[in-house]
Design a protein around this ligand. Structure first.
Ligand code: ADE
Ligand code: ZN
Length: 346
C-alpha cells in the first residue's frame, strides 16, 4: 500500500514536490495590488479606478484580449526597483509552491518602447534572481522574448541592445499575438541569437496551427516549444517531440482562461503524458490566469484524474527540460526522488 491514499495526501505530495517552472512571463506575475502600488509610486495613471475594477476586466475571450490588458499593466514598470519588486514577489510565491528552479521570460520591448533602458530591466530582474538564490535557495535564469507582433527589424534592434548583457540571460523566446505572425518571420534573428550562444524557445501552437510548431522546430531550431497544445492535431507532430524529446511547456489554467480548451477536463495534458511527450506544467501569467504553479497542478490533476505517478513524471520532465548542467539536473532529480521516498512512493 502506498502512503498516498486520498486526495488530501496527493495534494500535500504535489504541493511540496520540488519542481522547475519554465514558462512564466514575469510581467504576467504582476498582481493588481502591485500594479496599483507601482502606478502610485511612479505617478502613472491607469484606465481603471481601483484593484477590483481591474481584476473584473480579467475576463478574456482569446489571447489578444488578454495581451491588451497585460501590456497596460506592464506600463507601471519604470525603475530598476520596480522590476526587482515584481520578480521578488513571484519568487516568494514560487518558493511556497516548491519551485527550486525557474526560467523567467521577460519582454524588453514592452519597456524599451516606453523609454526604459534594457539595462534597467535586466538589473532589476537579475538582482531579484540573486536574492531568490540567497534567501530562498531558488536557482533562476532569464530568457529574453521578442514580441512577434512587432517587426523582424525591431527584434534585431532588441538583440543588439541586449548584446552588452550577454551572459545575463540564457536564451531567447517568442511571444505575443501568435496568429498571423509565424515563426519564420524571425528565422534570421534566431540564427543570430544561436550564433551568439543563446538557447532558443518559442511559443507555438497555443492558438496557432500545427504548422507554426513545425516552423519553430525547423526554422527557429528551438529546443523547447512553449504551449504546443495544438500539436495533437497532427499525428506526425506528436511523433517528433517524443522521438527527439523536445519538451512542451504547457500552461493549463492559461489555456482555459484564453478559451483554448472548453474546460480542464477537455485539456490534452493527460494524453500527452500517455504518448510519452516531455510535457511540463507551468503558470504562464499567474496573476491573470487564476493561480501559480501548484494551483495549475492541483486543478489539472483533479480534472484529469492524474495521480502521484503523473505528478512525479511532470516534475521529472521539468528538470529534464530545464537549461541546466547535467550535474545540476541530477541533483534536482535526486531531490525529487528523496521527496517521493518520504511519501513512500517507490
Ligand atoms: N505573453 C504573455 N503571455 C503570453 C501568452 N500566453 N502567449 C503569448 N504571449 C504571451
Ligand atoms: Zn506564455
Amino acid at each position: 500500500m502506498t502512503a498516498i491514499a486520498d486526495p488530501a495526501q496527493l495534494r500535500a505530495f504535489v504541493a511540496g514536490m520540488p519542481k522547475a517552472e519554465l514558462h512564466i512571463h514575469i510581467e504576467g506575475s504582476l498582481e493588481p495590488e502591485l500594479i496599483f502600488a507601482l502606478a502610485q509610486r511612479n505617478g502613472v495613471s491607469l484606465p481603471y479606478p481601483d484593484v477590483e475594477s481591474l481584476r473584473a476586466a480579467y475576463a478574456f475571450t482569446n489571447l489578444q484580449s488578454f495581451l491588451d490588458i497585460y501590456y497596460a499593466g506592464a506600463s507601471v514598470l519604470l525603475k530598476e526597483q520596480d522590476f526587482h519588486d515584481m520578480a521578488w514577489a513571484y519568487f516568494q510565491r514560487a518558493h511556497a509552491d516548491g519551485v527550486i528552479h525557474a526560467e523567467l521570460f521577460f519582454d524588453p520591448q514592452t519597456h524599451t518602447e516606453r523609454g526604459v533602458a534594457m539595462r534597467t530591466v535586466i538589473d532589476g530582474l537579475e538582482s531579484a534572481c540573486r536574492r531568490a538564490k540567497a534567501e530562498l535557495g531558488i536557482e533562476s535564469e532569464l530568457i529574453l522574448c521578442f514580441l512577434r507582433h512587432l517587426s523582424e527589424e525591431a527584434a534585431f534592434a532588441t538583440l543588439e541592445e541586449a548584446r552588452p548583457h550577454l551572459g545575463r540571460f540564457i536564451g531567447v523566446g517568442l511571444d505575443s499575438s501568435e496568429v498571423g505572425h509565424p515563426p519564420e518571420k524571425f528565422e534570421r534573428v534566431y540564427a543570430e541569437a544561436r550564433r551568439l550562444g543563446l538557447r532558443a524557445v518559442a511559443h507555438a501552437g497555443e492558438e496557432g496551427p500545427p504548422e507554426y510548431i513545425w516552423g519553430a522546430l525547423d526554422r527557429l531550431k528551438v529546443e523547447r516549444i512553449d504551449h504546443g497544445v495544438q500539436s495533437l492535431r497532427d499525428p506526425r507532430l506528436v511523433e517528433r517531440p517524443v522521438r527527439e524529446r523536445i519538451p512542451l511547456t504547457v500552461c493549463p489554467l492559461s489555456n482555459i482562461k484564453l478559451c483554448v480548451f472548453r474546460d480542464l477536463r477537455a485539456h490534452n495534458l493527460g494524453r500527452m503524458l500517455e504518448l510519452g511527450i516531455v510535457a511540463t506544467v507551468n503558470s504562464d501569467d499567474p496573476a491573470y490566469f487564476g493561480g501559480y504553479l501548484n494551483q495549475n497542478f492541483h486543478e489539472t490533476m483533479s480534472a484529469l484524474g492524474l495521480g502521484a505517478a503523473a505528478a512525479r513524471q511532470l516534475a521529472a520532465n521539468s528538470f529534464e527540460a530545464s537549461f541546466v548542467s547535467p550535474e545540476r539536473r541530477q541533483a534536482y532529480l535526486e531531490r525529487l526522488d528523496a521527496h517521493c521516498g518520504r511519501h513512500r512512493l517507490a
